[in-house]
Structure formats: structure tokens, C-alpha cells
Design a protein around this ligand. Structure first.
Ligand code: GLU
Length: 399
């Protein structure tokens, strides 16, 4: 009999992490692989941030910290919410964890009971449903189609809410589609939630700073009548190219914040003291870095979308944010690759793409929508040019 728990058997390993790991291994084995699987900026962490981290080490800031974040970092987060989102929070409404993923994990573990429902619009980030399952909850998936720009329709949300609904998870700019919700669209979702006071909202804002063409970011906690029911999650990973430092944070109702701290006190104790010092500098220091890098991301997006749409059988929307595109490859499914294997599903498609031409992407079904794949264009233009040529040749070779 297996020692593995029943709850762990409900989940699978993260597919985004798995493809990143596979690409890493193939490269280490000397294979020519272009990784467009990992959702992390290729840029380096800015020097001012690194410098503060080195100072933290040299001055002995190397001990345990307060469980859910140092007072200095919590203050910087309070200031960030005021400065960028016009949201007022007090220190005791802030929590810091080892990455956005841990904050979401803690929040769901702390609040979801067996049988509780969590509404997740698909395409979704791969980890939401599995964390819900691990907590004993039931993910309620609402499919948001390409025709609707992969966005949640308010009436679909209304129809999915039951007495058991505990949370709705929102994510804009979205991973994996890059879709961004305007203020107006968020207000329409808020109107539905207004009538269901037992439902809480987890807003994953990790891609806040990566958007294009003057898109105006708006987050659901800015709607006054909902603020008491919203947990707003964010972090330094994507905005400041700090994925490896593992610092995520959230703001929300004190009861949830306290519950999160209780879990953290029994798991990781606190996020790394050095990374927290660095995150203070990221949030309080110069922000010029963000707009400069957004420009580079926009160029890459334009290139990738236009090249993908030149390929017969591929259709790709042009998203307003994040560093992902989510092309449709349904017309290519059912064809045979060079080895004569039928590519029946998007999983077959991405596996063949990796094995035959060495380009790593993630299948749409991992994000809850079959017939698509996700490209992360957070890599150099040179890599993107090579990769798009290979994808094009691969698609042309299918018979
Ligand atoms: N969020 C990124 C992605 O989707 C990082 C990997 C992960 O944690 O899923 O690729």
C-alpha cells in the first residue's frame, strides 16, 4: 500500500515547473532547446536591489524574522498599495510569504473546508485547482472561450455560485492568456458578487506591472463595497525580475491574514530575511526599470503574435498584458508528425514540438482549455526569432 496521502493523490506536479525542468535537463544533456515554458523574466534583478541584499548579509540580517513579514517590508507594501492602487491598508492587513504561490497556498489552506467550492475561470494558472484540491475543496471551473477573449462572463459567474462557494479567483493580467480586465469589466463582475456576501475574492495581481498600450490596471479591492471580502495577492517576482528570491505578499481582511500567519508559523516560519530586505528596496526604490522592461516585452509580444498568425493552422489573440500568448492549434490536431505519430491532443502537439524541433511550451489543457498552447515570451528576441522559425517549420511539416 502506498504511503502517499489520499489528498496528495488528488493532485499532479505543476506542469509549468515540469516543462521548465525538462527543458533544463535537455539543455544540460547538450540538446539545442529553446525554453518558452517558464513564466519568468529573463532580465536580471536590478543592481540597487542586489546591493541591499548583500548589505543585509554583511550586517547580519540573517536571522528569523516576524512570521509573516518584517515591519519594514509590511510598511513598504502598505505604501505600494496606497501609491499604485489608492488602497488603504494597515500593517495588520498585510502578509508576506515565500513567493506568491505560498501566499495563495496558505490562504486556501487556511480557509477551505472539505467540500467548499472555489470558482476558477479557465484558462487558469495551473496551481489554483490543485491547491484547492489539496485543501479538500472542489474547484468549479468556468470555461472562458477564445471568442470571449478568455475572460469571465458575469452571467457565467452568477450561474456558478452556490451556497458552498467560498472563493472566486481572479487573475488580471492573466497567466496563461495575457488577458486584462478593464475597470468596467471588473465592475460588472463586482455587481454579481455584491449579491453573494458569503463569497470571498482572491485577486492574483502578480502581473500588474506588465501591460501594454496604456492599459490602466484596476483591481477588485478598489471597489469599496467589496474590499472587506478581497484578498489581493502580489509579489516582486515578475515586476522586479526576482523569481528566485521568493517573495510574495497579500493584503486583506485581518481574520484571513492572521489565519495565514498561523499556517506559516507551522511551515516555513518566515520568508528569507535577505530576500525581504531586497523586496523593501524593490518597492521603495526607483521604479524606472518597470516601464523600460515593459517596452521590451511589448516588442516581443508584437513579434511573436505576428509570426504565429502567419502560420497556417495557428490563430493567436494579441493580449494586453503579462508575458504570455495562448495560441489556438486546434486545426493542427489530428495530423501526423514526421515520425508518423498522430497528434491527437495539445499535449501530443507540445511533446512533439519539444522532441522534434527543441522548443518547450506548455499545453493548453494544463491550464484548463484544450486545443491551445502557452508561449512565454520572457526571453531574448534572438531566442524568439529562432523559436518562431522552428515552430513554423514544425507546423508546416504536419500532414
Ligand atoms: N508562474 C510561472 C508560470 O506559470 C512560474 C512557474 C509556476 O510557478 O507555475 O510559469
Amino acid at each position: 500500500m502506498s504511503i502517499v496521502s489520499k489528498s496528495l493523490k488528488r493532485i499532479k506536479p505543476s506542469p509549468t515547473i515540469a516543462v521548465t525542468q525538462k527543458a533544463r535537463e535537455l539543455k544540460a544533456a547538450g540538446k539545442d532547446v529553446i525554453g518558452l515554458g517558464a513564466g519568468e523574466p529573463d532580465f536580471d534583478t536590478p543592481d540597487n536591489i542586489k546591493k541591499v541584499a548583500i548589505e543585509a548579509i554583511n550586517t547580519g540580517d540573517t536571522k528569523y524574522t516576524a512570521v509573516d513579514g518584517t515591519p519594514a517590508l509590511k510598511k513598504a507594501i502598505v505604501k505600494k498599495f496606497k501609491r499604485e492602487n489608492n488602497l488603504d491598508y494597515t500593517i495588520d492587513q498585510i502578509t508576506v510569504g515565500s513567493g506568491g504561490k505560498q501566499v495563495i497556498y496558505n490562504a486556501l489552506m487556511a480557509t477551505v473546508d472539505i467540500g467548499d467550492e472555489v470558482i476558477i475561470p479557465a484558462p487558469y494558472w495551473v496551481s489554483y485547482p490543485d491547491i484547492v484540491l489539496l485543501a479538500g475543496g472542489e474547484p468549479i471551473i468556468i470555461k472562458c472561450t477564445e471568442e470571449k477573449n478568455f475572460k469571465l462572463n458575469p452571467s457565467d459567474l452568477e450561474n456558478s455560485i452556490t451556497k458552498k462557494t467560498k472563493w472566486v479567483i481572479l487573475n488580471s493580467p492573466s497567466n496563461p492568456t495575457g488577458a486584462c480586465y478593464s475597470e468596467n469589466e471588473i465592475k460588472k463582475i463586482a455587481e454579481v458578487l455584491k449579491n453573494h456576501p458569503h463569497v470571498h475574492i482572491l485577486s492574483d495581481d502578480i502581473y500588474e506591472h506588465i501591460s501594454y498600450e496604456g492599459f490602466k490596471f484596476f483591481t477588485i479591492a478598489q471597489i469599496e463595497y467589496l474590499k472587506d471580502r478581497v484578498l489581493t495577492m502580489n509579489g516582486v517576482s515578475k515586476s522586479y525580475a526576482m523569481t528566485g528570491w521568493r517573495i510574495g505578499y497579500a493584503a486583506g481582511p485581518k481574520e484571513i491574514i492572521k489565519a495565514i500567519a498561523k499556517i506559516q508559523s507551522q511551515s516555513t516560519t518566515n520568508p528569507s530575511s535577505i530576500s525581504q530586505a531586497a523586496a523593501v528596496e524593490a518597492l521603495n526604490g526607483t521604479q524606472t526599470f518597470i516601464s523600460e522592461r515593459s517596452k521590451a516585452f511589448q516588442e516581443r509580444r508584437d513579434f511573436v503574435v505576428s509570426e504565429l498568425n502567419k502560420i497556417s493552422g495557428i490563430n493567436c489573440l494579441k493580449p494586453e498584458g503579462a508575458f504570455y500568448v495562448f495560441p489556438n492549434c486546434k486545426d493542427l490536431l489530428g495530423k501526423k508528425n514526421k515520425k508518423g505519430h498522430f497528434l491527437k491532443t495539445d499535449t501530443d502537439f507540445v511533446q512533439s514540438l519539444l522532441e522534434d524541433v527543441g522548443v518547450a511550451v506548455v499545453q493548453g489543457s494544463a491550464f484548463g482549455l484544450e486545443g491551445f498552447f502557452r508561449i512565454s515570451y520572457a526571453t531574448s528576441m534572438e531566442n524568439l526569432k529562432k523559436a518562431l522559425m522552428k515552430i513554423s517549420d514544425f507546423c508546416k511539416s504536419l500532414k
